[in-house]
Design a protein around this ligand. Structure first.
Ligand code: ZN
Length: 192
């Protein structure tokens, strides 16, 4: 059991050590399913926020376990479409950093809110993650493949976070500790 706990924590810490990823300033080199799928996994900002959504959903329990991650995927897709259509929000990077910080705080505090409120919170954060990439995605079949790959990895990260949260249901303190670590990473994200 101790090993499981350590692995669960390592899953949160390791992505923090991975270096920054391309894409937010139009540095993406290839547009296909594979690079779309790799992007959320290669940037610790996305990894932490997306896993945190799953972990928080696990803590919330009930319908939130699938409605909260679904809200993230839905609004991220909407954000990508808006970004692609030329819609821009100021401070996308700050929005992503805030998503990590606030989700971490919500997990650390084991904050439970009504389902629509939880969906609105993660949905608002998801917009930033979507807009960050929608603007630079080409409106071609390869751009679409990239987007599908991106969404697939996002769902995967939600599932990993949810799985971790379910493993830790009997270990509420560890889940909350992980949330604290995520919040600290969120503070660092503002500085980077
Ligand atoms: Zn990114």
């Amino acid at each position: 059991m101790k090993l499981t706990r350590l692995l669960a924590l390592a899953a949160f810490v390791v992505p923090v050590l991975a270096h920054a990823h391309p894409g937010h300033e139009g540095h993406e080199l290839t547009w296909d399913f594979t690079s779309g799928a790799i992007h959320p996994l290669s940037g610790w900002d996305h990894v932490l926020a997306m896993m945190a959504v799953g972990l928080w959903a696990a803590q919330l329990g009930g319908r939130s376990r699938w409605l909260v991650p679904t809200a993230f995927v839905g609004l991220m897709t909407l954000g990508a479409l808006l970004g692609h259509a030329g819609f821009a929000i100021a401070g996308v990077e700050q929005g992503i950093a805030a998503s990590i910080l606030i989700l971490g705080v919500l997990i650390a505090g084991a904050v439970k809110l009504p389902v629509p409120a939880c969906m609105a919170i993660v949905g608002a954060f998801a917009l930033f993650h979507g807009v960050a990439h929608g603007a630079e995605m080409p409106g071609t079949a390869s751009g679409l493949s990239y987007g599908i790959g991106f969404v697939a990895s996002t769902i995967f990260l939600h599932a990993v976070g949810l799985g971790l949260g379910l493993v830790l249901t009997s270990e509420e303190k560890i889940a909350r500790f992980a949330g604290g670590a995520v919040a600290i990473a969120g503070v660092l994200a503002f500085a980077l």
